[in-house]
Write a protein that binds this ligand. Structure first.
Ligand code: FEO
Length: 394
């Protein structure tokens, strides 16, 4: 990729990964991703903000060569995860006098994950500054963006916040800056949902801290740079808030059609009550879409047949993810069917211990749904509407 200048002396030197389709062997990447890294040239010192995934090491090195960087005084490591730190060892090999600047927790992880020698580090604390000559970096410790060691780096003179994963998006694009705001919003929401949602309360505190800083540009380590940070910051404010939407999401699987018949009827019942419904057929869905829907929905209704005396394994997987992602949903229920028996409801509800949600009376039937069963689904839809009305102004 080409080197691009953000402002005089500040360059984007990272790499786009257009073809990557899976992150952490778990998260689908429909639009690829990027590993952003930035060079800041001060009058006296040069700093590199984060590096790139080791698979793209050669691109970072090529960009540094194109830019004529013959000395890097500091690599600022905002986050120890390897998609940003993985090329630090190569940088230390090519630039032997470089020091790694980071916080104590991040240092500990980098030593363990990348075997970087302890003497290579300069440890900083929250609020400390580093002078490059006409460019001053201030470090903001922001633990649990999704790992415990995360921090942000603020370039004071240019009012640029290097936020690493925070405000980022898995979106490979030739645009340095965010131009298609809706696309970037959607990708950023998906990314927030997939890894940051469980740490919503920590991020809320970080946003309060950031509000006190004058930020012109947000330069994350994935996806485009935000030249108008209001959009992404406003979006995060909404996602981490306690606001929920009049929405029901239905992750479901059906084996022989009974659960599907119930789901289809239930979708209509909710729509008749003007509730937004987002069904996800788990045999086909992209789990990133499911995660994204979990950011706002007031209610989750899990729909499953009974197999091997419990929920369908795909439902168990989705339920595990829902529990791990800790959405702010307030209500949860289960619908589905069985042939001769089982513990499908118990097994699903026992997996949802992280949710602070009220369990609404499940609707689990034997065999194919009858008129009576549809009436019971109508009652559940009524109950959901009543609950939503009690918490959301409709
Ligand atoms: Fe993009 Fe948490 O690494």
């Amino acid at each position: 990729m080409v080197v691009r200048e953000l402002k005089p002396g500040i360059y984007s030197v990272g790499a786009e990964d257009l073809d990557r389709r899976l992150f952490d062997e778990l998260i689908p990447l429909p639009d690829g991703t990027s590993y952003n890294a930035y060079i800041i040239k001060g009058r006296e010192k040069t700093a590199l903000i984060d590096t790139v995934d080791p698979t793209k090491e050669y691109e970072l090195i090529a960009n540094l060569q194109k830019l004529g960087v013959d000395k890097i005084d500091y690599v600022i490591s905002n986050h120890a995860e390897q998609d940003h730190s993985g090329t630090i060892p190569k940088i230390l090999e090519l630039y032997p006098s470089t020091k790694v600047v980071t916080n104590e927790k991040c240092k500990d992880l980098l030593i363990k994950l990348l075997l970087i020698p302890e003497e290579k580090f300069i440890v900083i604390n929250d609020g400390e500054v580093l002078f490059l000559g006409g460019k001053t970096l201030e470090f903001i410790i922001a633990p649990w963006v999704h790992w415990p060691e995360t921090m942000l780096t603020y370039l004071k003179e240019d009012k640029i916040l290097f936020s690493c994963d925070l405000f980022g998006s898995h979106l490979a694009t030739s645009d340095l800056y965010s131009t298609d705001e809706w696309k970037v919003y959607t990708s950023a929401k998906r990314y927030y949902a997939e890894i940051m949602m469980p740490f919503r309360m920590n991020i809320k505190r970080h946003l309060e801290k950031i509000k006190r800083i004058d930020v012109d540009i947000v330069a994350p380590s994935h996806g485009p740079v935000h030249a108008k940070p209001k959009m992404i910051m406003g979006a995060y404010e909404d996602w981490v808030s306690d606001n929920i939407k009049n929405e029901v999401i239905i992750p479901y699987v059906s084996m022989h059609g009974s659960t599907e018949k119930m789901v289809n009827y239930f979708i209509d019942a909710l729509m008749k009550r003007e509730i937004t419904v987002k069904p996800f057929n788990l045999t086909k869905t992209d789990i990133g879409e499911l995660a994204m829907a979990l950011v706002d929905a007031a209610t989750i209704v899990i729909a499953s047949p009974t197999v091997l005396v419990g929920p369908h394994p795909l439902v168990a997987y989705a339920t595990y993810l829902v529990n791990a992602l800790r959405p702010k949903s307030k209500f949860v229920s289960v619908i589905g069917s069985y042939g001769w028996g089982g513990k499908m409801v118990e097994q699903i509800t026992e997996m949802l211990t992280n949710l602070k949600a009220e369990v609404l009376e499940p609707v689990v039937i034997r065999g194919y749904p009858t008129e009576e069963d549809f009436n019971t689904l109508d009652n559940l839809a009524d109950k959901i509407l009543e609950k939503h009305k009690s918490m959301i102004s409709l």
